[in-house]
Design a protein around this ligand. Structure first.
Ligand SMILES: Cc1ncc(C[n+]2csc(CCOP(=O)(O)OP(=O)(O)O)c2C)c(N)n1
Length: 348
């Protein structure tokens, strides 16, 4: 069965509340992680070959956390991913073509070739296009959740991804506070990846653990070792379930190390060897793979088939997009993502 058909089936089977087994859940998450990693590798190669203009931002080391978020949400939820959430986007249902078309500037992409990297989305499907201003997306999701409350649409969860740097902004403070007061079904997932660009966490916050901030806001906190896929799946799913059950906002603080530069223009020479050699520096993809083999949930031959199928799919997507037209400045309507269709959008 082709990956195109298999993935939507897996996604449906794995929606929270389904009877998917633990092994199925891990295998599905691993496959989204692998897709994201291989797609990132391709973008890095295209960037070095001068085929991508603008920045390339990768999620290496963050795939377990990100896949867990995408897999924990229902299709009717709202998801605001950040620059390192390729795995979560795929798990939430974003096609590979959306990412390839955006990075390569195709006029057929979700941003119609107007954005060169990661601000794409599918708002009609609950996948929000991010803006770069750190912390700003929480308020956007709050607004959607409040609007749905007014419209008596229940059962929706909103999930927002952030980095540790974003937690120092006023936008973060205002939005978490509002969500707590309004008891919104919000899950804020902070990837505490030890650096905000080159700023280490010791220069970012003075509390011992970012999860401690939750106490002051009156929200529930969860901590995860994000190099461990099992922990990510367990805790993120629990946080989403708590939010959906009406227990108010959940702050998930996931510890990991960014295994790449801030973007591909950054060689990350500021990351200290002690961190690279610490348990935080483990590659979640390798750890997940070792665990799948150890548990006998799959074997090396199957892993090799998945890898080669994904590479084939990515190569085909890139070849297709390279034949697609760039936006035409003479006929371009000079809008980014807004459309008449979007402004007329409403939820039942
Ligand atoms: C309000 C704001 N200030 C500064 C920036 C510039 N900026 C872009 S990414 C970044 C670092 C982000 O670090 P973090 O939030 O920890 O996420 P990470 O890149 O580590 O995933 C900064 C400072 C911005 N986009 N928005």
């Amino acid at each position: 069965m082709s990956a195109d058909k298999l993935l939507p089936m897996l996604q449906t089977a794995l929606e929270p509340g389904s009877t998917a087994t633990v092994s199925e859940l891990h295998l599905a998450a691993y496959r989204f992680m692998l897709r994201a990693r291989l797609l990132d590798d391709k973008f890095a190669a295209l960037y070095r070959a001068g085929k991508i203009h603008g920045g390339v931002f990768l999620g290496r080391g963050q795939e377990a956390l990100s896949a867990a978020i995408g897999l924990s949400l229902k299709k009717t939820d709202v998801f605001a991913p950040l620059i390192r959430d390729g795995a979560g986007r795929l798990a939430f249902g974003e096609p590979i073509l959306d990412a390839v078309r955006t990075y390569l500037g195709s006029s057929l992409g979700p941003m119609r070739g107007r954005d060169g990297n990661v601000h794409r989305g599918r708002p009609q499907e609950g996948l929000l296009p991010m803006i770069s201003h750190l912390g700003a997306m929480i308020s956007v999701v709050n607004g959607i959740l409040i609007a749905r409350r007014f419209k008596k649409i229940s059962g929706t969860v909103g999930a927002v991804c952030l980095g540790d740097g974003a937690t120092s902004t006023g936008a973060f403070h205002e939005a978490i506070n509002q969500a707590a007061v309004e008891k919104l079904p919000l899950v804020v997932v902070v990837a505490d990846n030890q650096y905000a660009y080159s700023t280490p966490t010791s220069r970012q916050f003075a509390c011992e653990d970012l999860a401690d901030k939750a106490i002051g806001y009156g929200v529930t906190a969860h901590s995860i070792d994000a190099t461990d896929l099992t922990a990510c799946l367990k805790i993120v799913r629990e946080a989403v379930a708590q939010a959906r059950a009406g227990h108010g906002p959940q702050l998930v603080v996931a510890k990991l190390l960014r295994l790449c530069g801030h973007g591909e223009h950054d060689d990350a020479n500021y990351i200290v060897p002690e961190l690279k050699n610490s348990p935080l520096g483990r590659d979640c993809l390798k750890v997940a793979e070792e665990n799948l083999l150890l548990q006998n949930w799959t074997d090396a031959a199957q892993l090799a088939v998945w890898r080669s199928n994904i590479i084939h799919e990515i190569e085909e997507a890139v070849a297709q997009v390279q034949r697609e037209p760039a936006p035409d400045p003479f006929t371009e309507e000079w809008r980014a993502i807004a459309s008449e269709h979007l402004s007329e959008m409403h939820h039942e």
